[in-house]
Design a protein around this ligand. Structure first.
Ligand SMILES: Cc1cc2nc3c(=O)[nH]c(=O)nc-3n(C[C@H](O)[C@H](O)[C@H](O)COP(=O)(O)OP(=O)(O)OC[C@H]3O[C@@H](n4cnc5c(N)ncnc54)[C@H](O)[C@@H]3O)c2cc1C
Length: 290
């Protein structure tokens, strides 16, 4: 059995109830939302120390709201619902639409925005898109809450800055500026594969094709965590959109990535294809604006 020490499956309905579970089990308690990642851990025998599974889906974290500032999406909103967020058809949300289309429908119906972020897997698609959109994570515990930029959540491969018992309660996606577009591109070995390379970009472009406030986010094993490429963004900022510019921005990631070698491909292949995908993602975003 893959959960030899499991004593309780808890379904708290309030922060106070939730924190009492962590008081009892401390590090032995594990959150579960859609369960698609947790199931994989269990199947691989990686949950041996878990004494309590804490299901977040009765905590009332499944709402979506929008105002002038942006969208607030509850942590247990699944990918299918996220794909129906008001205004998601806008060019600015292209990266999110692209990323949400990656997993198979069965996973989209179960996987949650909070679980996708908290798993801290650089090969996941949706966090890359959310990073390009400057998403902010709102967390809670029994006693306090805090806001942190998504970029500040990841600390390493499969690790994050959430404290034990701290859960993501919602994600805020700021309303993008006018004439903004984004795109996400994934390289995979087959339709069920996680990203060998995942690149999300966002650009705002004026009528004379000048780019402002660019984002270039690299995932899928180009680094141990999703990262923003400051070098690529510096090349793009204030420059006029062109194929030659996108090539220069793509080359610029070379100084920042630490690509992995694994059973799926080498670091050299990731480095080379990462540049190709940055260039193509930028072109795809621009194509959404013209
Ligand atoms: C067959 C298959 C195909 C897939 N294909 C893709 C793909 O193409 N692209 C892609 O990006 N992903 C893919 N995935 C991964 C999928 O996106 C993730 O498993 C999913 O996003 C995790 O969300 P969840 O709600 O199921 O999380 P869970 O499995 O419930 O939890 C994930 C982790 O986050 C923690 N957690 C969950 N919710 C919270 C919260 N609110 N606050 C704090 N911690 C929390 C849990 O303790 C656990 O460590 C695939 C998965 C499978 C099984």
């Amino acid at each position: 059995m893959a959960l030899p020490e499991l004593k309780e499956f808890c379904r708290p309905q309030s922060a106070a109830e939730l924190s009492s579970v962590f008081e009892t089990y401390a590090d032995g308690a594990l959150f579960v939302a859609g369960g698609t990642f947790v199931h994989g851990l269990e199947a691989r025998g990686l949950l041996s120390g878990v004494q309590a599974l804490v299901d977040l889906r009765r905590m009332g974290l499944d709402t979506v709201s929008a105002d002038d500032r942006g969208w607030r999406v509850g942590a247990t909103v699944n990918f299918t619902r996220l794909g129906k967020m008001p205004g998601i058809d806008a060019p600015a949300f292209g990266a999110l639409r692209d990323a949400l289309a990656c997993p198979p429908p069965q996973i989209r119906n179960m996987a949650t925005i909070g679980g996708s972020i908290a798993a801290s897997v650089p090969f996941f698609d949706v966090p890359a898109a959310l990073l390009a959109l400057d998403a902010v994570v709102i967390t809670g515990t029994g006693v306090a809450s805090r806001e942190l930029p998504l970029a500040g959540v990841y600390t390493g491969l499969f690790t994050n800055s959430l404290a034990p018992g701290e859960y993501i309660s919602s994600v805020f996606v700021p309303r993008p500026a006018a004439r903004t577009a984004s795109a996400y591109l994934k390289l995979e070995t087959n339709a069920n594969d996680l990203a060998l390379i995942g690149v999300a970009v966002r650009v705002t472009m004026d009528a004379s094709r000048r780019i402002s406030d660019p984002r270039v986010v690299l995932g899928g094993g180009l680094n141990a965590t999703h990262i923003r490429s400051a070098a690529a963004e510096a090349v793009l900022k204030g420059a006029t959109a062109s194929e030659e510019l996108f090539q220069r921005a793509a080359e610029a990631i070379g100084t920042e990535i630490k690509p992995m070698s694994d059973h799926r491909c080498s670091a050299e292949y990731r480095a080379a294809m990462g540049k190709v995908y940055v260039r193509r993602a930028l072109q795809r975003a621009i194509d959404r604006l013209v």
